[in-house]
Design a protein around this ligand. Structure first.
Ligand code: NAI
Length: 535
């Protein structure tokens, strides 16, 4: 043990607080620095929970947990892992969003690394300041599109911190291997620029080539300093997220969770739904309401999975249709942006979603439009008239934007809909039968995927890994889950699910020659938060 005395108590990765044994206290210069009673980890957990549950607001709970993370990471992860369903909405969406908005007010202690547009030319030097030599997962953001809250500037750092805590809690990736990274390129959020407590650069956002150049320097330096790291893009705005992904996906071990992680969760939901309908993926016809980033990402992954299952690419794309605010996306419309053109098929114009359903008879309807209530009674009844078990996913967040509620989906379809949503809805009881809606939460996918990448030391993350992760997640949904209509497993099983996804992803990396490790030990990579003896 290198550290002793007060320095040891201040190191969150090593500190055990009152759980240092008498022998450790004596050997490590801690005598007199702690109250005499030696506490067990379980007693410490009980103390944290007692304090946590007495906090009056979710933001206070967030502060309590983050402060614990800054003092004692083993205890923090023991608490989080054991209470993930309860605490996920605190350490991640929605409460983390509030914490990002109030970053300048709440700031206590820095975590992770900050690189600003003033640092061009010295990024590698900054990375060398990070004390851990073996970084395996970097989550980076430029803070421009934080959840649904827009530009939060440097306050966006809450997201990489929160996401990495889910990598550790959900998949056991050791916190020492994880690095949150903020690219502070300024902010266009005037309220932040005017806030005297704002902690980021007080300038407008860097854009275009200057932004690209900074990301290039960051990616290149990261690959040199941490050659085994997965570099995840998170909460960049759409107009930077897509080009960055295209530029780096074949040059680095990287992915974008908003685009690819979301797509994998949706595809997994579809695979689970097909276990209920009994029909193969290649026979599905999917209509998306909304034609933005989420729709494009989900459509690309479904198309890829259909191709893997034998359909020619053009035929796969023809099974996927977009409806935007102007109606069905068809060839010949002169108002289409580039990303919609791939799904603009030959078809006469159709002005509404309802008429689209009547014209195309889709088997699945996926809402990613932010158009609250767009799946009305007529739309759901039309889906139910065309399908014995209509697949209806209302993925828009937050709840107030959802295309329909669970109650509407089940109610208007006579209880036949297979329903999932982006935001959680409570179970619905209809004619004595209880339906449990699934929630398409990205946390089902990225921790397990990251675990597989870390264990195999994969060089690249092709879309096929997301399809594999989606198939594995769907297979983890039990018959009992499906019986209740729930198309995702319970979050309480997240570590088991992550191990299955990690194993499948690592095996794929080995099969495809992307792995640096011949026989990845995925389970062995999973850390369990327990105290080690230091003497
Ligand atoms: P975006 O802004 O890129 O796309 C929204 C699309 O909807 C645009 O094409 C827009 O033209 C279209 N649209 C808007 N109003 C419409 C209307 N009345 N009728 C038809 N189309 C309409 O946004 P993005 O990133 O694609 O996200 C969309 C929604 O999906 C958001 O609510 C987001 O929270 C949700 N989402 C859910 C996820 C999950 O459940 N895991 C993950 C990612 C996104």
């Amino acid at each position: 043990m290198k550290l002793r005395g007060p320095a040891l108590l201040r190191d969150p990765l090593l500190n055990k607080g009152t759980a240092f044994t008498e022998a450790e206290r004596e050997a490590l210069g801690l005598e007199g620095l702690l109250p005499p009673h030696v506490t067990t980890l379980e007693e410490q957990v009980a103390r944290v929970l007692d304090n946590y549950r007495r906090k009056p607001t979710n933001l206070e709970r967030y502060i309590h947990l983050i402060s614990l993370q800054d003092r004692n990471e083993t205890l923090f992860y023991r608490v989080l892992t054991g209470h993930l369903e309860e605490m996920m909405p605190i350490v991640y969406t929605p409460t983390v969003g509030e914490a990002c908005q109030q970053f300048g007010k709440l700031f206590r202690r820095a975590r992770g690394l900050y690189v600003s547009s003033e640092d061009r030319g010295k990024v590698a030097r900054i990375f060398a300041n990070w004390p851990e030599p073996d970084v395996r997962v970097v989550v980076m953001t430029d803070g421009e599109r934080i959840l649904g809250l827009g530009d939060q500037g440097v306050g966006g750092m809450g997201i990489p911190v929160g996401k990495l805590s889910l990598y550790t809690a959900g998949a056991g990736i050791h916190p020492r291997l994880c690095l949150p990274l903020m690219l502070d390129v300024g902010t266009d959020n005037q309220a932040l620029l005017d806030d005297p407590l704002y902690l980021g650069l007080r300038q407008r956002r860097l854009r275009g080539a200057a932004h690209d150049d900074l990301v290039t320097e960051v990616m290149t330096a990261a690959q040199t300093v941490w050659p085994r790291a997965l570099l995840q893009f998170e909460d960049f705005a759409n107009n930077t997220a897509f080009p960055l992904l295209e530029r780096w996906r074949d040059r680095a071990c990287t992915f974008n969770d908003d685009i690819q992680g979301t797509a994998a969760v949706a595809l997994a939901g579809l695979y689970s739904a097909l276990r209920l309908t009994g029909r193969p993926l290649v026979e599905q016809r999917v209509v998306f309401l909304g034609a933005g980033a989420a729709a494009t990402g989900i459509a690309a992954l479904i198309a890829g999975a259909m191709v893997d299952e034998g359909l020619p690419p053009a035929e796969a794309r023809r099974r996927l249709w977009f409806v935007d605010s102007q109606g069905l996306v068809v060839k010949g419309r002169d108002d289409l942006e580039g990303h919609k053109l791939r799904y603009a098929h030959e078809h006469p114009p159709v002005p509404t979603l309802l008429e689209t359903i009547r014209a195309l008879s889709p088997t699945a309807l996926i809402g990613v439009s932010t158009a609250a209530g767009a799946f009305d009674r007529a739309v759901i009844e039309a889906m139910a008239a065309k399908n014995e078990r209509p697949i209806i996913f209302a993925l828009s967040n937050p709840t107030s934007k959802s295309e329909c509620t669970a109650e509407q989906a089940y109610g208007f379809s006579g209880g036949r809909a297979i329903f999932a949503s982006g935001s959680p809805f409570p179970p619905v009881t209809l004619n004595g039968r209880t339906h449990v809606p699934g929630q398409g939460n990205n946390a089902y996918i990225f921790p397990g995927l990251g675990l597989g990448v870390v264990a195999s030391q994969a060089r690249r993350i092709p879309d096929r890994m997301f399809a594999e992760a989606a198939r594995t997640l769907a297979a983890q949904t039990s018959a009992a889950d499906l019986e209740m209509g729930r198309i995702y497993p319970s979050l309480s099983r997240i570590r088991e699910v992550s191990l299955a996804i990690g194993s499948a992803v690592a095996a794929l990396a080995v099969r495809e020659g992307l792995a640096a490790v011949a026989a990845p030990d995925v389970a062995g990579q999973m850390w369990t938060p327990e105290y080690e003896s230091y003497i």
